[in-house]
Design a binder for this molecule. Structure first.
Ligand code: F0G
Length: 434
């Protein structure tokens, strides 16, 4: 479909060509989003086309993002597409996690099955494609680790120069390692994510570098396909709830936009409710939704789930709209709740990184608060792969995990390794003892 950039602010709604290099509205400073123009597609024909493409080996058809290209603002421009066959992530039944949360059933959409191990790939394929379409050579982002890993990979695949800004000492080693391996220029800054984002916005303008944080509307467009693919996998049966972790709040904005568009095009008869879960120490959006009034950023966000350690989320106005229009909910969970939920996801044979486990911890809490009902159809989104943060896992199972203030996390579901002598009798005795 034809598309334009549109200011997200209801009082402005200024429109700009899709090829303008903009991150915020030049007239009012509001967030930008992609707006589609022209006639709506035929929903039955789209469902059939998307299903048929699953049988195709063509690169774009075998990407779980580009398969749904009718939902993306790249009409006639797909020759620029940079794809690592992202998306195509599993939708898994998790009865053990369902029982833990007090539900009859629970499914996980596991975005950690992406090429760089997180949902960021769904958006980055579109961000890198837009950079190529615009003829830009350098791309940059600040990241708590996953965006940078993803950007580094897609920039490398596209032949673009990648510059990454990281909060020094505050990202997992696995994610830092990915940025280095994919060849990105990596700058570790002595500041937190929110401070570095404003630094990078200044530098991007000054140096003419294309910014690929989730403030970039093309990233959001790509992330929409997470729910499009989910619904395709569900044969278009609409869940009652889709629950995901919230940091910078780009993903919930993408999900909400996708669902509203699918509804407007007649692909789904109703909207699921969206649940966003934040870590207690980094929960400005939770506070805002609970208390109303002005949005107040948190200056010292703190959580061991470093992916969502964000105090000033840029996309909060979009997220607020999506929570309102889906009659959704925002929850917050403790460090202990995240750690235990993460171990339960592991016990399902699925596994995820700490931030992702906020989904299950939040579902359990919303269930116990009576907001989610036992028999409801719930999909939890796992945003990152289990191997993203092995240090956290090891510490949890060893009973060594501590918060930044030194409080111990209990290894409720701990499974520490045992050291044994090289002696068959001793080992056999030990193994039969239970
Ligand atoms: N889960 C994981 C694993 C993440 O990496 C992030 C964000 C989120 C959840 C939250 O998503 O920001 O769209 O609300 N990571 C960003 C990064 C900030 O830089 O990798 P959000």
């Amino acid at each position: 479909m034809q598309a334009e950039l549109s200011c997200f602010e209801p009082s402005c709604r200024a429109r700009f060509p899709i090829t303008d290099i903009l991150y915020t509205c030049p007239q009012c400073g509001g967030l930008l989003e992609v707006a589609f123009t022209g006639p709506s597609p035929d929903p039955a024909a789209l469902k059939k086309l998307w299903r048929e493409r699953r049988l195709s080996n063509a690169p774009l058809d075998s990407s779980g993002v580009w398969r749904y290209r009718e939902m993306l603002p790249f009409d006639g421009q797909t020759h620029h597409a940079v794809t690592l066959r992202e998306g195509n992530t599993a939708l898994l039944d998790a009865p053990h996690a369902a029982a833990y949360a007090g539900l009859d059933a629970l499914r996980f959409k596991h975005q950690g099955f992406n090429p760089t191990g997180s949902f960021k790939d769904n958006g980055m394929t579109c961000g890198a494609t837009q950079a190529r379409r615009l003829g830009l050579r350098r791309v940059a982002c600040v990241s708590t680790g996953n965006t940078s890993a993803s950007m580094a990979a897609y920039a490398a695949a596209a032949g673009l120069e990648a510059i990454i800004f990281l909060p020094h000492g505050n990202i997992s080693f696995g994610k830092l390692a990915q940025a280095l391996e994919y060849g990105a220029r990596t700058l570790q800054v002595e500041a937190n994510f929110d401070q570095i984002l404003s630094l990078v916005r200044t530098l991007a303008d000054r140096l003419g570098i294309y910014l690929l944080n989730s403030i970039n509307p093309f990233r959001i467009e790509g992330q929409k396909t997470i729910v499009v693919e989910m619904l395709d996998q569900l044969d278009w049966q609409v869940p009652d709830w889709i629950v995901l972790p919230g940091g910078n709040l780009g993903n919930v904005s993408a999900f909400g936009k996708a669902l509203r568009e699918l509804h407007a095009f007649g692909l789904i008869p109703r909207l699921p409710r969206l649940g966003v879960v934040q870590a207690e120490g980094a929960s400005p959006f939770y506070e805002f939704v609970q208390q109303g009034g002005e949005f107040r950023p948190q200056t010292h966000p703190d959580t061991l789930a470093t992916a969502i350690k964000i105090g000033d989320p840029v996309s909060w106005p979009k997220a607020a709209l999506e929570i309102r229009s889906s009659r959704g909910a925002v929850e917050r969970v403790t460090e202990q709740e995240i750690a235990d939920a993460k171990a339960i996801v592991g016990q399902c044979g699925i596994g995820c990184e700490p931030a992702s486990a906020a989904s299950l911890a939040g579902i359990k809490k919303l269930r116990h608060a009576g907001i989610i009902q036992r028999g409801e159809f719930v999909v939890g989104v796992l945003t990152g792969n289990v191997l993203k943060d092995p240090d956290y896992i090891y510490r949890y199972h060893m009973g060594q995990l501590r918060t930044s203030s030194g409080a111990a996390i209990q290894p409720t579901f701990g499974n520490p390794p045992e050291v044994v002598p090289n002696a068959p009798d001793t080992i056999a005795k030990r193994l039969n003892a239970v």
